[in-house]
Design a protein around this ligand. Structure first.
Ligand code: G6P
Length: 372
């Protein structure tokens, strides 16, 4: 009923707007005096975490893009190699595992059958398992050695939004904890990152201010047949997630690419008028990263692409080359994806709405896929 939607036009609209609160809840009680505390890790104590030599994160759909985003941060802070795999691809190919592998599953529902089967498979192979889950006492956390609940609140819309950002934040908290336990992260680095995380709810509230701009863009693009999304580094999984959101609820053909792959194929798709969203890394990322994406924008622009840049407020280098700039608040490079995904969520929502589609219940999809 509309009452459950709290006055919003859809659950998705409501859940997008709830992201500042969702993240405040994910963080609540877990940052104490600048350090991270996750008591729910169960048997996965410091002795075990010190000893792991590899992390495999498994998930499906949006949760897999949350995992891919967190890979950059966990590797940077804990210096452990992280592989992200789709649960169903992991499960059916006799993966190489050892007692020093940590398997992390990410699932909003905690009931996705592909992910559950992969967790059981790993557990039976003697691998330690950690679950990142949004649903209290769901099956996957019950089958795992430890669990980090995302506490984002119930998510009703099929297209995942607040659970996605909460999954990244939960994985970041784990990465900071792991880096602390393993001694790979300085106290200063830890304090800096926890400060950034605590500032995130406010920045998420700020980025929601682009809603009207994005709505206009979506109305103007309602007849578009295909939309491309480009990103680099942490912006790459965000580009993939932006494309997934659009496919899921607006049924428009959408593809996400690593910007570095452009010249290896996707640039052939660019023809005059082709809309391309570009997730521009923070100018405080490495200078190479930022200038590379600016030249990618120039390359597609020269071939007639219509460029919509998701860029940090005040990023002057992007302005001359973009048709539209959607500004996101200033944030450290690893925090930025949590903000730059929001305009892409809003774009999918507004485009689906402009087309008169059922935003919350897209055709052929289920919120939780409980069959393999
Ligand atoms: C379904 C949903 C997606 C979701 C995926 C994984 O496909 O439609 O929105 O990302 O399942 O769900 P989970 O509950 O495991 O995060």
């Amino acid at each position: 009923s509309s009452a459950d939607k709290g006055g919003w036009s859809s659950f998705m609209a409501k859940e997008i707007a709830e992201q500042p609160d969702a993240i405040a809840n994910t963080l609540r009680g877990r940052i104490v005096e600048g350090a991270v505390e996750i008591p729910e890790l169960g048997s996965l104590g410091p002795d075990i975490l010190k000893d792991i030599d590899r992390i495999v994160i498994i998930a499906c759909g949006t949760a897999a893009y949350a995992a891919s985003t967190a890979k950059y941060a966990i590797e940077a802070w804990a210096r452990v190699p992280v592989d992200v795999e789709l649960s169903h691809e992991f499960r059916y190919r006799t993966p190489v595992l050892s007692a020093r592998t940590l398997l992390i599953s990410v699932s909003q529902s905690g009931e996705t059958m592909d992910t559950l089967m992969a967790v059981k498979y790993a557990r039976d192979a003697g691998v330690k398992t950690l679950s990142v889950c949004n649903t209290q006492s769901a099956t996957i956390p019950r089958e795992s050695d430890g669990v980090i609940y995302t506490h984002a609140g119930p998510e009703v819309a099929v297209a995942s939004t607040k659970a996605f950002v909460a999954q990244i934040v939960a994985l970041y908290l784990f990465g900071l904890h792991l880096g602390t336990v393993r001694g790979t992260l300085s106290t200063e680095g830890l304090h800096d990152m926890t400060r950034q995380l605590l500032a995130l709810p406010e920045k998420l509230a700020e980025v929601l201010e682009v809603t009207d701009t994005v709505r206009q863009l979506a109305h103007w693009m309602a007849d578009t047949r295909s939309v491309l999304f480009l990103g680099r580094h942490v912006g790459y999984p965000i580009a993939l997630e932006g494309a997934l959101k659009l496919k899921e609820i607006s049924y428009i053909h959408a593809e996400g690419f690593a910007a570095g792959e452009l010249k290896h194929g996707p640039i052939a798709l660019i023809e005059p008028g082709q809309p391309v969203f570009v997730v521009v890394p923070s100018p405080r990322s490495s200078a190479e990263l930022h200038s590379k994406i600016v030249s990618n924008i120039q390359e597609i622009r020269a071939r007639g692409a219509r460029v919509i840049a998701i860029a940090e407020k005040g990023d002057a280098a992007v302005l001359p080359f973009a048709d539209e700039v959607i500004p996101v608040p200033l944030a450290e490079p690893l925090i930025q994806p949590l903000l730059s995904v929001v305009p892409l969520q809003l774009f999918a929502l507004e485009l689906s709405t402009a087309k008169g589609l059922d935003v919350d219940q897209p055709r052929n999809l289920a919120k939780s896929v409980t069959v393999e």
